[in-house]
Write a protein that binds this ligand. Structure first.
Ligand code: SF4
Length: 504
């Protein structure tokens, strides 16, 4: 006979009894995706680890923020745990001063304002600092929500401004000229116009937070735009073997059409589906058949190259705050090159240059490069990046201009473009990056085990190496890591070239 329980567990309430306060960063996360906001608030799933290069960018951004305070000098930084009380106290002091990290709450949103600057007549300027070279559309909700909170909290705002780095500024040495290093953009009108659209979005993002379950939201292009979501890995496990993200450069119309057709695996796309590019069709055919797509033209083009064949790669850094005289913010400054030279008899010679002094790398780097490349042989690169760097060096270093232009005008061969136009392997997973192409084609060469595994890490390593605080032993370690990484890039190109020329 069935037992009837004398008591039953208390059912969980249908919804939570409260939801967390939203900070500005949570609000921006919610604009990207309500599920991301849910995870941010309840920490129910693990975040992806922050890559070291991204951490370095955050640190560089923080340095820009601190430097920008110099435009509004003599201010007070809000540091106490009771930040909004301290902000109010400082605002009420006689003799108004700029306030850094001013804190406000209104409408259950908490914001910290980079700089709140007195504007006279009891008014204030709200200043948001970005370590970027200009305005981006994602900055408007960021500034708009701050304006909403400040005005809601009773702060009279004269202007809402963006301060960004001026990439036209030419560094002449010594202290930065802050008035020229930074540009100020008045976004008051645009931010005010944005607020009525932001408030319904704010309400819409709060509603799923009452639930015990995260909202059902499919992955899509929003997972990387405007920022790479920190829960990317969590949401992208259990994905189809060939997800739609593996189709490069899909436009929004095509994405929408595929979504409406409930297709999430490339293999399910009908052959005549409208909007597919030739590349998409090639990828689709390759993953369906499991076979490599290779135009005979590729092999022919590679076989036409005359020896000696150079394989060239640069490593560069592009700091927001220029480090070397005669450079601009965010300018790509090469500090290393690697060149493998393949002879007709199959011989392979390697040369390279790594700048290890805290001086402008460009003059010695160019001198060594021009000498190494000589005047003979095609120069195989992977992407248009090397050509852009050589052209920019030609603009900056008049004395080497002619030699550098001769190199790019007749000798550069872009292996990436050749592969993209003529070749696809199902294991490329939609990417033509050398880091993805190499393991699909060459089994015994990879980047595993290298201390540096991508260009942004190399840039970070170089900046660390230049830092006078870095110990000698650490510097030597970084030198070795940089050499190993750049050499691997050109060695990888040689192996890809040989493979595609023989089997292509
Ligand atoms: S990975 Fe995509 S779907 Fe998942 S939380 Fe992030 S943005 Fe939303």
């Amino acid at each position: 006979m069935e037992q009837i329980p004398l008591w039953s567990p208390k059912p969980a309430p249908a919804v939570r009894s409260s939801i967390p306060l939203l900070s500005k960063s949570r609000f921006l996360a919610g604009l990207q995706c309500h599920k991301r906001l849910y995870f941010e608030c309840y920490r129910s799933v693990p975040r992806d680890p922050v890559p070291p290069a991204t951490e370095a960018l955050f640190e560089a951004g923080a340095r820009v923020g601190i430097l920008a305070r110099g435009l509004f000098a003599g201010g007070v930084r809000i540091e106490s745990p009771e930040a909004d009380l301290e902000t109010t106290a400082v605002m009420n002091q006689p003799g108004k001063r700029p306030i850094y990290e001013a804190a406000f709450n209104h409408d259950n949103i908490r914001v910290r304002v980079d700089i709140l600057a007195p504007a006279g007549d009891g008014e204030w300027d709200l200043v948001e600092v970005k370590s970027s070279a200009g305005y981006k559309e994602e900055y408007l909700p960021d500034i708009g929500i701050q304006l909403h909170v400040l005005e809601g909290a009773g702060v009279p705002i004269r202007r809402a401004c963006l301060v960004h780095v001026n990439n036209q500024y030419l560094y002449e040495g010594g202290d930065y000229d802050l008035e020229r290093l930074f540009a100020v953009r008045d976004l008051t009108a645009q931010a005010r116009d944005a607020i009525p659209k932001l408030l319904p979005q704010l309400e819409a993002m709060r509603s799923p937070l009452w639930s015990w379950e995260p909202p059902q939201i499919s992955v899509g292009s929003h997972c990387k735009r405007p920022y790479l979501c920190p829960f990317y890995t969590h949401c992208h496990t259990d994905r189809p073997e060939y997800p739609l993200e593996h189709l490069p450069r899909m436009n929004q119309k095509l994405q929408r059409a595929l979504r409406e057709a409930a297709i999430d695996d490339i293999r399910d796309i009908p052959e005549d589906f409208e909007g597919l590019t030739d590349l998409h069709k090639r990828i689709r055919a390759s993953v369906i058949t499991g076979r490599v797509h290779s135009d005979p033209e590729l092999r022919q083009k590679l076989r036409e190259l005359r020896y000696p064949i150079h394989f060239l790669d640069f490593e560069t850094c592009n700091p927001a705050l220029p480090r070397f005289i005669g450079t601009h913010p965010f300018q790509q400054v090469p500090f290393q090159w690697s060149d493998h030279v393949l002879g007709e008899d199959g011989s392979l010679e390697h040369r390279g240059y790594l700048h290890v002094e805290d001086t402008d790398p460009r003059p010695p780097l160019v001198e060594s490069l021009v000498r190494a490349l000589g005047s003979e042989g095609p120069i195989v690169v992977y992407s248009g990046f090397e050509e852009r760097i050589i052209r920019s060096l030609a603009d900056d270093l008049e004395v080497w201009r002619e030699d550098l232009l001769k190199i790019v005008e007749s000798r550069i061969v872009d292996l990436l473009e050749l592969i993209r136009s003529h070749y696809y392997h199902p294991d490329f997973r939609g990417s033509f990056s050398i880091k993805d192409v190499l393991p699909a084609l060459i089994e015994d060469l990879d980047y595993d085990g290298l201390q540096i595994q991508e260009g942004s890490q190399a840039a970070t390593a170089f900046i660390e190496m230049m830092d006078p605080e870095t110990s000698r032993s650490r510097r030597l370690e970084l030198e070795d890591a940089l050499r190993a990484y750049c050499n691997r890039d050109t060695e990888a190109m040689v192996r890809l070239f040989q493979k595609l020329r023989e089997d292509g």
